[in-house]
Design a protein around this ligand. Structure first.
Ligand code: 4AD
Ligand code: MG
Length: 505
């Protein structure tokens, strides 16, 4: 079998490619087919003169997503996607598709998610899945090359690790069990056996939040390192994210181009990530401290002006195009073109209107943010926009963090946790920190959090038998894919998203 990826090696040769018609136009005895075979996209030109009228006739009737085998000469052509073209000498039809529901025109996100099983074939989705794949590969490469052992944590658990409010309950032979929110506690046990470990598995959160960052089922990478303190933890997090992003930049050039991702921001990830305490971060958010001459609140005020202007311009353009259509002077193709542009503008304005509605609330929340609170999505966006690289926020108020976080020696009300917030408004991609080793502190935390002590006896054993300082973190795979691809919504980062209100297809 030959595939589109790697077609450069076949330049000047005759090859046969098997795939699907992702797009086709034909006129005057020549058909231009964009073929996709899973590995890539390529233009194929088939002419009636070459293959004969009898073979050409059925090609005219080929619909989008019909499957074909095409034989032809591989010719270099810089203008075409992928830089090559197939000049067809034969076409075999494998199956003719019914009318395909997804076309080039603008579809709403609900429609596309309802057709996710088909949507996955489109070029953008194809590119996103390839980036996801490369990120997974890079993650394993990074940890394996450093001597980490991958170990898997159970999915059925009898206890909460991250808090009791967002657990999915199931029935485990008549006993209640919960789908795992995090493999961390098990990771700690495994690190005491292997030194350096990471888990990589699905995790579940029953938050009823419909945001562009939340999934109910997502994949998390959770390294855990014996003898690491918080500073060492932050060092390896930084090195890890830099490695993964650099790897994608090298290996996913075609995908980044397909996604029209401006990679200049990703290049900056090479620089050191600023490390700021939660207290400092709150000051910045409240507009009491500038960053590189930028002020969080002033930027929001400017946003309001910019968004208003953009929405106004869009409305003007919609009216102009509607007037053109109703003039009756346009050809069918021109009407379709204008209508599709109008639909796009209307969708864009829905988003802008939502922003206009939300910004005043975000502004208020930022301005009066309290020093013992956790950041919400909007706060993270406001904060991270001021920086070019990811930032690491550490030393959090203990009250708002999980029970297992180590209390700071100098100020025990602070937890030695760290969150990594991605730039460009993406917010938290990593949560981690140093773990509490003092068994008495842990006992009182478990009580404070009203967690069932019996479920944590095994965890406490880790402190009874050879306790050592240790740290770890969790990276949300879909969060990093979303940022690296610069997507509007996390639902496109996973083949079949599960989120509040979405269980199909
Ligand atoms: O911050 P979280 O809740 O931390 C933990 O679970 C720790 N036990 C990790 C550790 O130290 N081993 O989650 C870690 C990361 C977040 O930073 C985010 O990237 C991702 O998991 N995440 C989600 N991703 C998608 N949808 C959700 N609902 C997510 N919740 C967390
Ligand atoms: Mg977190």
């Amino acid at each position: 079998m030959r595939y589109i990826k790697g077609i450069a090696e076949d330049e000047g040769k005759i090859v046969t490619l098997k795939g699907w018609v992702s797009n086709k136009r034909d006129s005057k005895g020549i058909a231009f087919i964009i073929l996709r075979d899973g590995s890539g996209f390529i233009q194929c030109v088939v002419s009636e003169d070459v293959i004969g009228a009898e073979k050409f006739e059925p090609i005219k009737r080929l619909t989008q997503e019909s499957a074909i085998a095409i034989t032809g000469n591989v010719v270099k052509d810089e203008k075409q996607i992928g830089g090559f073209e197939i000049q067809g000498t034969n076409v075999e039809i494998i199956s003719v598709a019914e009318e395909y529901p997804i076309s080039n025109k603008e579809h709403g996100p609900d429609f596309l998610m309802d057709h996710r099983h088909l949507w996955l074939r489109s070029r953008r989705q194809w590119a996103i899945m390839r980036v996801r794949n490369r990120i997974i590969f890079a993650i394993h490469n990074f940890f394996q090359s450093k001597g980490f052992v991958q170990m898997d944590a159970p999915i059925f658990t009898c206890n909460a690790s991250e808090g009791t409010s967002d657990l999915f309950a199931t029935d485990f032979y008549g006993e209640p069990a919960y789908l795992s929110q995090s493999g961390q506690l098990y990771g700690e046990a495994m690190a005491m056996a292997q030194g350096l470990i990471y888990t990589f598995g699905p995790t579940f959160r029953a938050e009823k939040s419909k945001t562009r960052r939340h999934l109910s089922e997502f994949w998390m990478i959770e390294p855990e390192m014996a003898f690491y303190d918080l500073d060492m933890d932050m060092d390896i997090i930084e090195e890890f994210i830099q490695y993964v992003v650099a790897d994608v930049l090298v290996h996913c050039k075609v995908e980044m181009e397909t996604l029209e991702r401006d990679t200049s921001m990703l290049e900056k990830v090479k620089e050191k990530f600023p490390r700021i305490t939660h207290h400092e971060a709150v000051k910045i958010l409240r507009g009491e401290k500038d960053v590189n001459g930028k002020n969080a609140l002033k930027m929001l005020e400017q946003d309001l002006i910019d968004v208003n202007e953009k929405a106004d311009n869009n409305r003007k353009e919609i009216t102009e195009r509607e007037t053109k259509i109703s003039s009756g002077n346009l050809k069918k193709g021109e009407i379709n073109f204008n209508q599709s542009a109008i639909d796009k503008l209307k969708n864009a304005n829905k988003d802008l209107d939502m922003l206009l509605e939300n910004i005043p609330g975000w502004y208020e929340s930022a301005k009066s943010f309290s020093f013992d609170s956790d950041f919400g999505g909007s706060d993270e966006t406001i904060l991270t926009r001021l920086f070019g690289t990811p930032i690491m926020v550490y030393n959090w108020p203990g009250e708002i963090k999980a029970f297992y976080m180590k209390a700071d020696n100098e100020n025990p009300s602070l937890a030695r946790g760290v969150d990594v917030l991605a730039p460009e408004g993406y917010g938290e991609i990593v949560g981690g920190g140093e773990r509490e080793t003092d068994i008495n502190r842990l006992l009182s935390k478990i009580n404070e959090h009203k967690l069932p002590m019996s479920a944590f006896e095994w965890y406490l054993d880790l402190r009874r038998f050879g306790a050592v300082p240790h740290s770890g973190f969790g990276l949300g795979l879909e969060r990093i894919v979303s940022w690296v691809c610069k997507l509007d919504h996390i639902r496109e980062t996973i083949p079949f998203a599960r989120s509040y209100g979405r269980l199909t297809p």
